[in-house]
Design a protein around this ligand. Structure first.
Ligand SMILES: *Cc1c(COP(=O)(O)O)cnc(C)c1O
Length: 246
């Protein structure tokens, strides 16, 4: 079982490497983030011990459940799921260093209040819905700049870039259009030179489409299935707004 994970990690590294070669990019400019939803702590440990130390959960509940088992192994936690405002306290308690899924003003405001009272700051990426699918979280592209201008005024939040989930489709060119849209938004925002806003990170690409994402400029690819295997829970449980997320 542990061989599996190590083997899969090598395969992913090769895919990233190859995509970088194809698009004339430096592989050091692309980080691998492991999406660990539904994966038990023992399996995550294997990847951490192999040196793959950037991981992310979608649900606070899972972050909580695995925290003790992983806290002695050095690693960095991002959060990539839909965050409810009543879970902000826990996000901070369990040492998340970057919220990749900031997608609305009320969440930003409440985060800011909590961070102020804890005298902390937090890195964030703005999640953009580039596929236009209603089942995906994220701010519509046309509303992203005004959200970013607002968030830039909140002293505790540090905007580092953008995140998206591309269209889940076998048609590469449709998927590519999502990633291109995110890239062009990034450039537009960078050009606007909004004080305190950095546009360094583009978090896009998953198990099925990481090559396309790297070709279009991803700096973080988020991989779950291709490392840990198929998940028992359908992704709609994590992604669909009509499903009660608790
Ligand atoms: C699950 C998930 C991933 C990883 O998806 P895979 O297809 O399993 O690689 C990436 N990003 C987000 C936001 C996810 O929820």
């Amino acid at each position: 079982m542990s061989e599996d994970i190590l083997q899969h990690l090598r395969e992913i590294e090769n895919r990233i490497q190859q995509a970088c070669v194809n698009s004339h990019r430096d592989p050091a400019a692309v980080k691998l983030l492991l999406a660990t939803k539904t994966v038990p702590a023992e399996r995550i440990r294997i990847a951490l011990e192999a040196g793959h130390t950037l991981i992310a959960e979608n649900k606070i509940q899972e972050l909580k459940e695995k925290y003790e088992a992983l806290k002695n192994i050095p690693h960095e936690n991002h959060f990539i799921g839909h965050l409810q405002t009543n879970k902000i306290k826990d996000l901070l308690k369990y040492d998340v260093t970057c919220l990749q899924s900031l997608d609305r003003w009320d969440l930003a405001e409440k985060l800011h209040q909590r961070l102020l009272s804890e005298k902390k700051t937090l890195d964030v990426l703005i999640q953009v819905n580039t596929s236009g699918e209603e089942s995906k979280f994220g701010i519509p592209p046309e509303a992203a700049i005004s959200l970013i201008e607002g968030v830039s005024q909140l002293s505790t939040l540090k905007i580092k870039g953008l995140m998206t989930i591309g269209l889940l489709s076998a048609e590469t060119e449709k998927v590519r259009a999502c990633f291109r849209l995110l890239k062009s938004l990034q450039q537009q925002i960078a050009t606007a030179r909004i004080p305190r806003v950095e546009m360094l990170e583009l978090s896009m690409g998953m198990s099925g489409d990481l090559e396309t994402a790297i070709e279009e400029g991803a700096t973080i690819v988020r991989v779950g299935t291709a490392v840990f295997g198929q998940r028992p829970t359908p992704d709609s449980y994590y992604w669909n707004e009509s499903v009660k997320v608790e």
